[in-house]
Ligand binder design. Sequence first.
Ligand code: CP3
Length: 343
Amino acid sequence: MQLKNDLLLRAAKGQATERTPVWLMRQAGRILPEYRAVRESLNGFIELVKNPARAAEVTIQPVDILGVDAAIIFSDILVIPEAMGLPYTMEEKKGPSFPRTIQTEQDLQRLKVADAASDLGYVAEAIRLTKKELNGRVPLIGFAGAPFTIFTYMVEGGGSKTFSKARKMMYQNPALSHQLLQMITDSTIAYLKEQIKAGADLVQIFDSWAGILPPNQYEEFGLAYIAQICNAIQDVPKTVFAKGAFFARKSIGNLACEVVGLDWNMDAKESRALVGNQKTLQGNLDPCVLYAPYDVIRKETKQMLADFGNQRHIANLGHGVYPDIEPDKVKCFIESVKEFSTK
Ligand code: CP3
């Protein structure tokens, strides 16, 4: 199906665009009252993730309500550990939690590489329904967590300030760490291929905790596995977003991806110099700018667009939109990008 708005895909591939495309990480869920109404009609977050019709509905909400240039499939990065044999729970305000974690070789032996078609078929089904419903209005983004970020959840059992359990394993049992990372990588490659088969137009890899590692460890335990994923996926553009990994921008510039996601600590011009001219940059307005008055949001957005220039840029925040941001402030950001980037 021909897309009516393909700005995101053209920008990702480095083709000319009449304006800068814009979407927000975590736009599906979190901020919209319309999302909360759907979630409350079901028995919690995980039930919504596994309900393709309702997942498709909340995926499309930001396209209708906010006017973004892309949809991102409503799901979570934690469906991979679950499909490998580690179920999770999601408690409101507490976040995700894993009753069982990976600490030993025996724990690892109880895991499997996910069978993407059968264990994660509900995500592919949600993608098919969303594509049908979108009817070519905007592209649909598929996604997965990067192996290192998924590894931290499987070892820590949840979020962490220091990630010391995961980091301890990397120093005390690097072989076990690499075995687990490889199983996650193999699961993720199969999963992203299923998403693309179902209709995802671009895929993004979220490495939310990349920034906690020193550069040499991030090369070995992080980027090596992202490189495998980028090399295995060839049919659609790929975005690598390694939050906090300012030290890895040059290396990410050498991966087989089309788009490099930047957080708000990373300078646009410095990032361009490090990443080179062959990639599109995505980002990177400070998410907290959306707490500011409207005139500040407009001014900061205009400055961001000037810093990136008007080609090979996808406008976004530097991380996911925060749950307590007013939808009208998000709209102001989106409309400012459209207004100030139009040639
Ligand atoms: O971008 C989108 O809107 C698509 C949907 C999406 C969700 N999670 C839905 C969600 C995406 C892309 C994610 C990715 C994700 N999940 C990441 C990587 C991105 C990032 O922000 O760094 C991470 C680290 C997770 C793990 C996770 N899921 C946490 C820590 C939490 C709890 C806190 C929170 O709100 O993020 C979740 C829950 C979650 N995932 C919610 C949503 C809409 C909120 C839960 C609810 O509605 O009850």
